[in-house]
Write a protein that binds this ligand. Structure first.
Ligand code: DD3
Length: 286
């Protein structure tokens, strides 16, 4: 959780450990407060040493409480950015998100022209496909230019533990922007990603296909078709219902109807500061 503290002339935290800054004038700060994870060895202490316990509700075998802890067990991790730059402020000010329901027509009239007007660079994707970057990190490759792909750890994952396993399969074929472009013509590619990607992860990391969440994002963060592989036990960012589309469901829908993803409405969330929201508002669709 982040807060913006605006127009202050002193660091936002006073007392011991207060951060000092070079600039003297009134500036803004960002203060990020996070509850730190429980440590298992502290749990019994926590339940014994509470300063107050208020029953909130009780129903059958279930009850909820407000458990108040002594200060030493109630630590809050606090990160301060002071003085904060405009970029820091934007990131923490625009927290409002809105859900857009994009029909097939909306995609053609609003989203596609917007995507085409932007010059999102996906050079990093081409660098991976052409072995100009991260070549030593590739886990598996099917080199077929139409139905092949590269499987590589997403850089959000440090590969040190399987708990937050995160890989991406990037297809070799260029010009497939997202889920919206898929037809039954792409089924052989999707089947390869599903089968060979799953096998490669089992072989290298020991996780079975049934322990993986394999999905597309819509909207994706880059418009070159790719598939996310994350550990099922990991609540990965972007795996929520308004963004993730399981590869197995996508393949089935394409088998039912080749034009499924050109027709179906797709919902996605946009932050208040995202230009795509403005496009939808101007088209009277949000
Ligand atoms: C990206 C989505 C993209 C900023 C940030 C992330 N995995 C990547 C470059 C190389 C990579 C990724 C774009 C960009 Cl923080 C702008 O992600 C990447 N390499 N997700 C890997 N392996």
């Amino acid at each position: 959780m982040g807060f913006v503290v605006q127009g202050i002339s002193k660091p936002p935290l006073l007392g011991k450990g207060a951060v000092s800054s070079a600039s003297g004038d009134e500036t803004d700060a960002v203060v990020i407060l996070e509850k730190i994870p429980f440590q298992e060895e502290n749990i019994t202490e926590l339940l014994k040493k509470h300063t107050a316990l208020h029953l909130q509700m009780s129903n059958d075998i279930y009850s909820t409480y407000r458990l108040l802890l002594p200060p030493e067990l109630n630590e809050i991790k606090t990160t301060v950015v002071y003085p904060a730059t405009e970029k820091h402020l934007q990131k923490y000010l625009c927290r409002a998100v809105y859900l857009i329901r994009e029909t097939g027509e909306d995609y053609k009239n609003v989203t596609l022209p917007f995507i085409e007007s932007q010059s999102f660079s996906i050079q990093w994707v081409y660098n991976i496909l052409e072995k100009k970057a991260e070549a030593d990190r590739i886990i598996y490759e099917n080199p077929d230019p139409i139905n092949g792909f590269v499987l590589i750890p997403d850089f959000k994952w440090n590969q040190k533990q399987l708990d937050d396993l995160y890989l991406i399969a990037i297809c070799h074929r260029r010009g497939i922007k997202s889920l919206r472009d898929l037809t039954d013509e792409h089924l052989p590619l999707l089947r390869n990603i599903s089968q060979e990607g799953g096998e490669a992860i089992q072989k290298r990391f020991g996780l079975m296909k049934t322990q993986l969440r394999v999905y597309f994002h819509y909207q994706p963060s880059y418009y070159h078709l790719h598939v996310h592989f994350t550990a099922l036990s990991y609540d990965a960012p972007g795996c929520s219902v308004e963004r993730a589309h399981l590869l197995s469901d996508v393949m089935y829908n394409l088998e039912l109807d080749s034009q499924y993803y050109q027709k179906c409405p797709l919902a996605f969330a946009v932050r208040a500061d995202e230009p795509l929201l403005k496009e939808f508002q101007e088209a009277g669709k949000a």
